[in-house]
Design a protein around this ligand. Structure first.
Ligand SMILES: Nc1ncnc2c1ncn2[C@@H]1O[C@H](COP(=O)(O)OP(=O)(O)OP(=O)(O)O)[C@@H](O)[C@H]1O
Length: 584
């Protein structure tokens, strides 16, 4: 288990008690977290305890499970996922009878549904579509949005949610906190159950999230250990309420616990040249030494602030082609921009310009915003075909899905042993020739439910999720701004990772690494976004995250020709402009 770890990493994994591991990019934090989870799973194999790993995205949770499978660790006692999923599954669903707001049932309003509600309210209250309104909550449930102009709109939003028994992602957190706050016995039983609470990317944790974790760790006679991993310099979710708390603050909030601070030095990812370059964007002046085999290679480091936006696709396509010609695998090339409206058209233009190149279409899928919807999870099993490589992953997804059906009060295959196996057998036997992605899924879902003997109309939540899933996906596909592909083949690409050139937002590739990173749209107004409270600090951190994804080649682009809504030209983002560097 430890053979792939250096001394510092091993110490981090073996240190008992609460740990805060803070380290630079590429130092192996994710590797350490996965090994720590594996070690603790091993320890509790004969007990009723479990390990919880909270990750920023579902993809990161999948990655931990994948790594554990690689080192042959049984992950049956691991729960890994986002904090929202954790709250739903472990706090809200089991304890909903205790809370007035949810005791008579509730439906999760997914990202799409919330955006839709807010958009219609903006219309009604005369706000512009692009104005940013936060629905985040404080510990007392009040909205944390500070702009008084939005007060009425938000109170209306609150009523709309309550009227339809909807809970959005912010309410998931608030209701969980409220339950833990009002019922210490819930905190106690969770802490009895959770042996280790591992938190990845702690620097992007929100106030309410810290408060929830603190309630569990500080429960009476708690034996839960905390293992937090992150990098203050990579805190890029400030605009969404993320805060990198200091160790003393965490210690006090979590019940004056003693936390061991640990660090990892060294970077296994990038050339020394790239590291020395991105240190320009560091907020703490720590030195970073490259331990990568290619540490001393010069690689490429370019900056282009002259190219016109209309010439960008040709320019970027040339860089991609050049890399492929040099033997760089497609999935080791990444094209990034700070925002979706820049990323989506670029993905399309590159695809049509380079028809022989594979692109990783994450983000270009219309299903993206329904991840918490139960039908998304059914869709995932239909969109990832059975194969020996995916056998265990699909089996795990099926177990999780069956649990979710049960949580909705739907018994799956009553009286049948090995339910997951039989469920998958039914699912795999469904066939459909329909090429239109949505029609294809609709047919498959219907057919599967028939085989399982489930009447969708009999369960209001299942029905409501069905409506959201199809309505929202259809609406998104009809949105001319995105022009999504409609065929089932493109839908399948959402889950086919690491097969092609990645085109994504800077936030979307958090935690990942590539041989070549091509970042465009590095313009003041995008980096930082006007919305960010602390413009300048966020700008630096975003540049830090972008540059630190690159192993060998880094291409930075601040293109000309883009204009703000008022018609003024966008200019190079300030920190990038200020760095004097001998670019290639
Ligand atoms: N001890 C080690 N020996 C060799 N390679 C390592 C070691 N530890 C980590 N690596 C490699 O270093 C790279 C970065 O590791 P990892 O993704 O865990 O870093 P990270 O600290 O999570 O980075 P970031 O903060 O940027 O997400 C990976 O390719 C990983 O396989």
């Amino acid at each position: 288990m430890f053979q792939d770890l250096n001394k510092q990493q091993k110490t981090a994994v073996l240190t008992a008690g609460h740990v805060l591991l803070s380290a630079c990019p590429g130092s192996g934090k994710t590797r350490v977290l996965a090994t720590k989870v594996g070690l603790e799973l091993d320890k509790i194999s004969n007990t009723k305890k479990m390990v919880v790993a909270l990750t920023f995205t579902n993809r990161a949770a999948e990655e931990i499970k994948r790594r554990l499978a690689k080192i042959d660790i049984d992950a049956e006692k691991l729960w890994a996922g986002t904090i929202h999923s954790f709250c739903l599954e472990w706090i809200i669903r089991p304890y909903s009878p205790y809370l007035e707001e949810v005791k008579n049932g509730f439906v999760i309003a997914d990202e799409y549904k919330c955006e839709d509600l807010i958009a219609s309210l903006k219309d009604q209250y005369g706000f512009e579509w692009w104005e940013s309104i936060s629905t985040r909550r404080n510990l007392d449930g009040a909205f944390s949005e500070r702009d008084p102009r939005f007060r009425d709109l938000l109170s209306n939003y609150d009523q709309m949610l309550a009227g339809q028994r909807l809970i959005d992602f912010d309410l998931i957190l608030y209701f969980s906190y409220k339950l833990l706050h009002q019922y210490p016995k819930i905190c106690k039983s969770l802490s009895n159950l959770i042996h280790l609470l591992a938190v990845d990317e702690y620097q992007d944790t929100q106030e309410l999230q810290y408060a929830i974790l603190a309630k569990i760790v500080s429960a009476r006679e708690s034996t839960t250990s905390l293992f937090m991993v992150g990098d203050e310099d990579q805190a890029i979710y400030g605009s969404l309420g993320g805060v990198a708390k200091s160790l003393p603050d965490i210690s006090v909030q979590f019940g004056k616990i003693s936390i061991t601070p640990l660090e990892l030095s060294g970077n296994y990812r990038s050339t020394q040249r790239i590291i020395d370059y991105y240190r320009n964007y560091q907020s703490r002046a720590i030195s970073i030494e490259s331990l990568a085999a290619h540490a001393e290679e010069a690689g490429l480091l370019t900056f282009n602030n002259e190219i016109h936006k209309d010439d960008l696709p040709v320019y970027i396509a040339e860089i991609i082609q050049h890399n492929i010609a040099m033997g760089v695998p497609e999935h080791e090339i990444c094209v990034l921009a700070p925002q979706w409206p820049l990323v989506i058209p670029m993905g399309k233009m590159l695809k049509s310009r380079l028809p022989d190149v594979n692109f990783d279409a994450v983000g270009l899928s219309p299903l993206m915003k329904n991840k918490e919807n139960i039908w998304f999870k059914v869709a995932r099993l239909f969109l990832v075909p059975p194969s020996p490589r995916m056998y265990f992953v699909r089996a795990r997804w099926t177990f999780e899905l069956i649990d979710e059906f049960v949580a909705l009060g739907i018994e799956i295959l009553p009286g049948v042993e090995k339910k997951a196996k039989v469920f998958l057998r039914h699912l795999n036997s469904v066939t459909c020739d329909e090429d239109d992605g949505l029609a294809h899924l609709e047919h498959c879902f219907g057919e599967l439910m028939e085989r399982l003997g489930i009447e969708i109309a009999q369960n209001s939540t299942l029905k409501q999720h069905w409506e959201y899933f199809f309505e929202s996906t259809k609406k998104r596909m009809d949105d001319a701004r995105f022009d999504y592909a409609r065929d089932i083949g493109s839908f399948k690409k959402l889950f086919s990772h690491a097969t092609g050139v990645v085109v994504n937002t800077c936030h979307g590739v958090k935690g990942e690494e590539f041989h070549t990173v091509i970042a465009f749209g590095l313009l003041h107004g995008y980096v930082p976004n006007w919305k960010d409270d602390d413009h300048l600090a966020t700008s630096k951190k975003l540049l830090y995250v972008i540059c630190s994804r690159a192993k060998n080649h880094l291409h930075l682009i601040s293109e000309r020709g883009r204009k703000t809504r008022k018609g003024s030209p966008y200019t190079t983002t300030m920190h990038l402009q200020n760095v004097r560097y001998p670019y290639d």
